[in-house]
Design a binder for this molecule. Structure first.
Ligand SMILES: NC(=O)c1ccc[n+]([C@@H]2O[C@H](COP(=O)([O-])OP(=O)(O)OC[C@H]3O[C@@H](n4cnc5c(N)ncnc54)[C@H](O)[C@@H]3O)[C@@H](O)[C@H]2O)c1
Length: 282
């Protein structure tokens, strides 16, 4: 019960990482607002928490809309009286080469991932500053910290939210508000399932020292830690949850070692454990 009665507003909590964070927060005793633009997903996620004896309420909101964000903040305060924790998780993934990206797509990704996160942080922080306490967690990405192929809009949006976390940590700490960010590497969700081609998946697996994608509950565990008093002196930190991807330097696979990807090696031969070979031989 590390988050007992903490009113926690989680955006994009209808599915994926956000839903896992909502489930983990509710299991720690938080009162959870499930904010999502997908109405059915928001209601289902809230209902599943309530069915397990937790406290949850759905809010329909597109974080790219200032009007929606204001209404979401109003719904949170009218339903639960305040906001103790904000988790800015809602976002869209996008791969498009720099030379091909359309202005409309660039603006859509920046509008939701960056401007939407800014709106949520600013409006929730105004509530938190009034009571002199609060906790903000922003979900960034390893893509916001390194150069990468086809990541111009997404990578810039995620670099922007990580910088927003640092600035909020600096400006809001005197008001009693801590801000931190989580930077996941590739995590198994509907977003990565639909977004990552087999080539991208193979490239990621080759570069992750732990040799696998992460799972949404592994990101949620980091969010519980940052929302709890266990992290009481941590402010402005970017916590990578990425199997070592962001900090890894040179990696190579000894010749003849099996591929990380379960099922097949470079030549298409069937192989066993995804982590046999390279990791075992280090
Ligand atoms: N999955 C990964 O590999 C990965 C890696 C790094 C970072 N992230 C980040 O984690 C966050 C969650 O990703 P996910 O993989 O769980 O995605 P997902 O697509 O599985 O779930 C995202 C949820 O957010 C909601 N959403 C999307 N746009 C919204 C908007 N404008 N307003 C309100 N709700 C909105 C969707 O309806 C959905 O319920 C995103 O910010 C993403 O960039 C994901």
């Amino acid at each position: 019960m590390r988050l007992l009665n903490k009113v926690s507003l989680i955006t994009g909590a209808g599915k994926g990482i956000g839903k896992s964070i909502a489930d983990a927060f509710a299991a720690e005793g938080a009162r959870v607002l499930i904010a999502d633009r997908d109405e059915a997903a928001a209601h289902a996620a809230a209902a599943s928490i309530v069915a397990r004896g937790g406290v949850a309420h759905p809010v329909i909101c597109d974080i790219g809309s200032e009007e929606d964000v204001n209404a979401m903040i109003d719904a949170a305060t009218s339903h639960f009286g305040t906001i103790d924790v904000l988790v800015c998780n809602a976002g869209l993934g996008f791969h498009r080469p720099l030379l091909d990206i359309e202005l409309a797509d660039w603006e859509r990704i920046l509008r939701i991932n960056l401007t939407g996160t800014f709106l949520c942080v600013q409006r929730a922080a105004r509530i938190m500053s009034g009571k002199g306490s609060g906790n903000i967690i922003i979900i960034g990405s390893t893509s916001g910290q390194k150069g990468a192929m086809a990541r111009s809009a997404y990578g810039v949006s995620k670099a922007g939210v990580l910088q927003l976390a640092r600035i909020a940590a600096t400006e809001l700490a005197p008001l009693g508000i801590r801000t931190n960010a989580i930077a996941p590497g590739p995590i198994t969700t509907t977003l990565s399932n639909s977004n990552h081609t087999p080539e991208q998946r193979r490239a990621y697996l080759e570069r992750i020292p732990m040799g696998r994608y992460g799972e949404a509950p592994e990101v949620a565990a980091a969010a519980v830690f940052l929302a709890s008093e266990e992290s009481s002196y941590i402010n402005g930190h970017i916590l990578n949850v990425d199997g070592g991807l962001n900090e890894a330097g040179l990696m190579f696979r000894p010749s003849g070692a099996p591929s990380f990807e379960p099922g097949a090696d470079h030549s298409g031969r069937q192989v066993g454990s995804p982590t046999s070979g390279f990791v075992d031989r280090l």
